[in-house]
Design a protein around this ligand. Structure first.
Ligand code: OAK
Length: 829
């Protein structure tokens, strides 16, 4: 827009920090104004939610200021930018985090106090956006924070699901799912951009012809269309920059189908609108498991196409050539969920922008980079050619063309038929389908795994042929976590103690925590350290009692297993341990058993029977143990319902022991492991995912290692694993397993847990029985160490002191140097 006056006044307003100040008085004034002018409320009738919203809007103003300033800076520097494409985000509550980033937590607390309001109460009002399932979605949000903090020009693209991950209730020990209504009370953080909207096509057919200039042309004639509208949420970095998360909502192109309306069928007209909106209604709640549903593919294509059209618009708007797209943008694919982008960018460049195939391909394969987040075969996406061709006929043609050219290249390099069939984008072995990981790999300039172990396995197993062909394409970026959220916001007591000792610099450089090492033997420091842990445990205990009715003594060892429920994560191995302790106590053998609270949390995919049965088992064991007079002061079992970011922020600071017990070779990285250690929990874990690197950093004497290594797991399997052998040979294990089908856990019902029992005795795909004894032995050692408070405190301090590597700031710097080739542009105040 050319309007000098508007611009001049705008700038003087925005740039003038006085006008949007950060002092207590200014925050108070803004808050009161928001309450009155934006929400139309006077104090007498204002609800808790009104107060929350008034504060959120106060903070959002300040957040947008940062975002606008960063954008101007990025534009001026003509910086190369990242478009992060992720089907999932789990940002967690925004308010507390934004206050920290703006460094106005104390001022805000004071301002509210003067109004007789409590900041903590207002913070509890926020309903978090549950736009993801677990690790992958949360990682995307940690990366958004670090990109903002470091000044990496970036946009995070995703889907604005109206209903996010379900709310989990526990009824009679079973999980039940309830719709997530996160938008019900309105979302003060987002701004809709109705003018940023793109048309999206589905179905129909293609027409091919040669035009008058001898150019091959293709037109896609769809059978339905809808549009995606942008909703922007500012994501602040610490102290300075801000970027946006742009989420797409599906809508009908016209609100009403007027041709139908005119003939009088009003309801039919509205129906079309509703059908379009269905597309972004709900998040698929499967974690590392395919739904294979048509709507899911539509969601993926929908958000990818909106995002790519937006990226092209931004490229052209800034007067740049489309041919230079890969120079100004890099597009990171968060797993294969957005991998249809490879075909879509080709379509946009070739069909819509008339580019030659070879040039378009050159741009495409220099634009995308692909992160793999799992090796589980059941999570590797494939779409049947039938479904893909029906929904996206043009894309299927493009995928076949990419594949033909790729296979020709292999032929030229003398690959044989078998190798080519293995590497093909099309899997012809069963139902003909497209292997999305192959499409992403062929269409990207870099492919990375998320921990050293996982990246190695990716090269050795799932993508080995590709790694042999293009070794330089493969790399590793070990995951990291947003330490400002998971220590700064969620553990204020520990943050304060640390800052008092070593200053606040750790907030932007987590390696500073090394300075704590020299206090690890200091008795006074140890005492303060453990007092803080105890305070945090009291808070968690109160929280758990409120939600489950189960009371826990905060002095117990808090042994915590929180993450999605999945057999490979082996929550049931933890259960076997609890039952072994229970048995021992009942037999009067209580040596080396310290009073312990076993705390679980996590959601099961609604259709995953075994995972749901594991939840029921945990609760049944809880009923048995918690109500047994003989053991109830020694063992407690709590399943905390509805584990999400908000609850995680109460759990991690209160944990003594972090359970990271997946079967080696199965957990790509894990990030909960990092959050626990960051809060001073000691890890009991296998050599899986990032555990390996955590152990390297914190030292093996400060990490409780057990179980087989990846190689040993493979050897066990190759030698014909017979779990029954361990059942026969290990008496305690046998007794514990038999307890599952004794009826003791299930009101006499001997069949309830039989599926788990049979699975463990007959297949045991995750080798619990094999790792059992090693786990039990390690737990005995853990209980011994816990009995020596000084020793435990020292290990806890050393864990925190050596966790610096696992900040997502480090991960993002790695992405910048090894993959994106971007220099961050940090805007200083
Ligand atoms: C979910 C669906 C499909 C593919 C992967 C996932 C997923 O959440 N993977 C998880 O990603 C995290 C972030 O990289 C890792 O820390 C977890 O180990 C991995 O399971």
């Amino acid at each position: 827009r050319e309007n000098k006056k508007l611009e001049k006044h705008f700038l003087s307003q925005i740039e003038n920090t006085e006008k949007i100040g950060f002092s207590k008085e200014e925050i108070k004034a803004s808050f009161l104004k928001k309450l009155f002018y934006n929400l139309g409320r006077v104090p007498q009738v204002a609800t808790e939610n009104d107060l929350y919203k008034a504060l959120a809007l106060t903070v959002r103003d300040r957040a947008f200021r940062q975002f606008v300033r960063s954008t101007a800076e990025f534009a001026q520097k003509d910086a190369r930018a990242v478009a992060y494409l992720s089907a999932e985000y789990l940002p967690g509550p925004h308010l507390g985090k934004n206050l920290l980033n703006l460094e106005i937590t104390d001022e805000t607390r004071e301002a509210l106090k003067e109004l007789d309001l409590d900041l903590d109460e207002i913070l509890r009002e926020e309903v978090e956006p549950g736009l993801g399932n677990g690790g992958l979605g949360r990682l995307a949000s940690c990366y958004m924070d670090s990109m903002a903090t470091l000044g990496v020009p970036a946009i995070g693209y995703g889907i604005r699901y109206e209903f996010g991950i379900f709310n989990q209730n526990i009824k009679n020990g079973w999980q039940s799912e309830e719709t997530d209504l996160w938008l019900h009370y309105g979302n003060p953080w987002e701004v809709v951009r109705p003018e940023i909207a793109y048309e999206i096509k589905f179905g129909g057919r293609t027409e091919h012809w040669v035009d008058e200039n001898d150019k091959y042309q293709v037109e896609w004639i769809p059978d339905s269309e809808l549009k995606g509208t942008a909703y922007d949420t500012p994501i602040l970095g610490y102290q300075s920059n801000g970027i946006i998360m742009r989420l797409w909502k599906a809508e009908a192109i016209e609100s009403f189908d007027f041709s139908v309306y005119n003939v009088g069928d009003y309801y039919k007209a509205v129906e079309k609108k509703m059908r379009s909106e269905n597309l972004t209604k709900v998040l698929y709640p499967n974690d590392e498991n395919l739904s294979g549903k048509e709507l899911r593919l539509k969601q993926q294509y929908f958000f990818v196409s909106c995002s790519l059209q937006d990226i092209i618009r931004l490229q052209l708007m800034q007067g740049r050539k489309l041919e230079d797209l890969h120079k100004k943008f890099t597009i990171q694919l968060n797993d294969t969920h957005p991998s249809i982008a490879v075909a879509e960018l080709m379509r946009l460049l070739v069909d819509e922008h008339q580019m030659e195939w070879v040039d378009a391909w050159n741009i495409t394969k220099n634009t995308f980079a692909y992160t793999n987040h799992t090796l589980l075969p059941e999570a590797l996406e494939r779409w049947s050619v039938g479904l893909l061709g029906r929904l996206l006929p043009r894309h299927l043609e493009i995928i076949y063309e990419i594949n033909n050219r790729f296979l020709n290249e292999l032929k030229e390099r003398n690959y044989n038929g078998e190798q080519m069939a293995r590497m093909s984008l099309i899997d012809e072995s069963g139902e003909t389908s497209v292997r999305m990981a192959h499409l992403a790999t062929v269409g990207s300039y870099k492919v990375n795994g998320v921990s050293a172990l996982h990246s190695g396995l990716l090269k050795k197993q799932v993508l080995n042929d590709f790694a042999d062909l293009w070794p330089e394409k493969f790399t590793n970026v070990t995951n990291g976590v947003d330490h400002r959220r998971f220590l700064g916001v969620s553990n204020p007591r520990l943050s304060e103690l640390i800052s008092k000792k070593i200053g606040k610099h750790w907030l932007t450089d987590l390696m500073q925590l090394h300075q704590l090492e020299k206090f690890s033997d200091d008795k006074t420091f140890q005492k303060k350290w453990m007092e803080i842990k105890l305070q945090n445990k009291k808070e968690l205990a109160a929280h758990m009692e409120e939600r489950t009715g189960i009371s826990v003594d905060p002095k117990m060892l808090f042994d915590v297993h929180v993450k999605r429920i999945h057999e490979y994560k082996r929550q049931h191995l933890k259960v076997l341990h609890i039952l072994s302790l229970y048995k021992r106590l009942k037999n009067g053998d209580d040596k080396n058993i310290v009073p312990t609270a076993f705390i679980f949390g996590g959601k099961a995919a609604p259709g995953y029977f075994m995972a749901k049965l594991i939840i029921k088992l945990i609760n049944s064991v809880g009923d048995l143990v918690n109500n047994d007079e003989q053991v109830k002061d020694r063992l407690k079992v709590v399943f905390l319902p509805n584990f999400n970011v908000k609850q995680a922020q109460v759990v991690y600071p209160a944990a003594d022991l972090s359970e990271q017990i997946s079967l080696a070779g199965k957990e790509a990285s894990g990030t909960g492991n990092m959050k626990f250690a960051l809060n001073g929990a000691l890890t009991v874990g296998t050599l899986d995912g990032a555990n390996v690197e955590i152990r390297e950093e914190v030292g093996d004497e400060n990490f409780f290692l057990f179980g087989q290594s990846t190689e040993e797991v493979q050897k066990t399997r190759a030698e014909g694993y017979r779990p029954y052998k361990y059942y026969e040979q290990n008496e305690e294990l046998r007794e514990v397993l038999d307890l599952l089908i004794s009826g003791e856990l299930s009101d006499g019902d001997k069949e309830l847990f039989r599926p788990l029992y049979n699975n463990l005795l007959q297949q045991d795909p995750y080798q619990l029985l094999k790792d059992y004894q090693s786990y039990i032995d390690k737990q005995e050692e853990i209980h011994k160490v816990w009995s020596k408070p000084g020793e435990w405190a020292k290990k806890s301090i050393l864990n925190v002191a050596n966790i610096g590597k696992f900040s997502s700031d480090r991960s993002i710097k790695d992405y910048c140097t090894t993959i994106w080739k971007i220099d961050p542009v940090r805007v200083e105040d």
